[in-house]
Design a protein around this ligand. Structure first.
Ligand code: GLA
Length: 389
């Protein structure tokens, strides 16, 4: 966690609530490969990053839950024993959902002041929502004396986002935030929830976040629509492939054989999923053997499939990917996260970071009249309390 974020979070807590507290942090993530397949049971390869969400948490003697965020003007003062539903809560639906879930699990919680600050762009595909959920779960559990292992914080976060907040996302983001390891990608099987870590050839890889400077909200519907469209394709395929419990169980050959059962749009969505599942399976070996050229090609293909088949890209994200492709120092680039705006991830040779960034920024500005924010990302840390030096 960046030192300037801890300073900013503490200063914000003092200005919002007139008091300091204990500081906790959870990472955001980029996903190297595996777009929109976590909720279809696929395997994904995310990396936790050093940008994320910090929360300054302090217990209260009364039953109030007070919430403030440095990123949003709305503040909330709620009765811990009568928490409202997500509809009226705006950004605070995420932390309130965590508090409600811990209470529903039978935990006794004290009144709390929670002050949030972050250094992830919000709604930009770097998993700001999982970071706020995991940070809240970690902080509240610590203050209430609840034993909560990182994987349990991830499961809780997933439950809150899919039920309380109502985004039909998969498990990738909270698992990446909770279980990432420096120097490694998390190889997460979203069907079994088994995982291990793949060591990356880090001396040859720099990670750059390329911000298209547009935002989306998953609650807005595009994301849930894609989930519904692709799940609709699965339902039709299950009539002839009863063994398939999720799209990950369908092979590309089976999909082609049964294409007449599907509308063109359903086929497109399913085709993205089954080919992306196959790409991730190949990617792991390439990473382990340090074959970054081959790995990068899979990133290009993933982006094209997200763009043309799953239709979650935008002209700005496509431009970032194409500009990246035109630089010889880039191994690969693709949109990261849900798409519909937000960021692309470029994996670049460390010695090429500066010329690469300059070329991409200039090309993007020429086309859209706006400079993209480009940031180098370092590896994140496990969620937990941050003790200032
Ligand atoms: C969002 C969701 C994830 C995943 C990605 C797309 O980040 O929260 O579960 O589906 O989009 O890969």
């Amino acid at each position: 966690m960046d030192r300037s974020l801890s300073t900013a979070a503490r200063a914000f807590a003092r200005s919002a609530f007139g008091r300091d507290g204990r500081l906790f942090f959870a990472s955001g993530r980029v996903n190297l490969l595996g777009a929109h397949i976590d909720y279809h049971g696929g395997c994904v390869l995310p990396v936790a990053v050093d940008r994320g969400v910090a929360v300054v948490a302090a217990p209260r003697a009364d039953r109030k839950l007070r919430l403030a965020s440095a990123d949003f003007p709305a503040r909330f003062e709620l009765d811990l024993d009568a928490l409202p539903s997500a509809a009226t809560l705006g950004w605070s639906a995420y932390p309130v959902g965590v508090v409600a879930a811990l209470r529903a699990d039978g935990h006794a919680l004290p009144g709390l002041d929670l002050a949030f600050a972050g250094d992830l762009p919000i709604g930009a595909g770097l998993s700001s929502s999982a970071a706020i959920l995991v940070a809240t779960a970690t902080a509240v559990a610590a203050l209430a004396g609840i034993e909560l292992a990182p994987i349990d914080a991830a499961r809780l976060a997933f439950r809150v986002e899919t039920t309380f907040v109502g985004v039909k996302c998969g498990i990738m983001d909270p698992f990446a935030s909770a279980l990432g390891k420096p120097g490694h990608a998390l190889a997460l099987d979203c069907k079994t929830q088994r995982y291990d870590h793949v060591a990356l050839p880090v001396e040859r890889m720099a990670f750059l976040m390329l911000d298209s400077m547009t935002r989306r909200e998953l609650k807005d519907g595009g994301f849930n629509r894609r989930v519904a469209e692709s799940t609709g394709a699965l339902a039709k395929l299950q009539a002839v492939l009863p063994h398939a419990t999720c799209l990950r169980d369908v092979t590309p050959a089976e999909l082609e054989r049964h294409r007449p059962l599907l509308t063109d749009q359903e086929w497109q969505r399913a085709r993205h999923v089954v080919t992306e599942v196959a790409r991730v399976a190949r990617a792991r070996g390439h990473l382990e053997r340090g074959e970054l050229l081959e790995f990068g090609q899979l990133m290009w293909l993933s982006h094209l499939s997200s763009r043309h088949l799953y239709e979650v890209s935008t002209p700005r994200l496509d431009a970032l990917q194409e500009l990246s492709l035109s630089h010889p120092g880039c191994w690969g680039a693709r949109l990261t996260g849900a798409g519909f705006g937000g960021c692309a991830l470029a994996v670049v040779r460390p010695d090429a970071v500066e010329p690469f960034s300059a070329r991409v920024a200039a090309g993007f500005e020429q086309r859209f009249g706006q400079r993209p924010a480009i940031h180098a990302l370092r590896f994140g840390q496990a969620p937990g309390e941050v003790v200032d030096a």
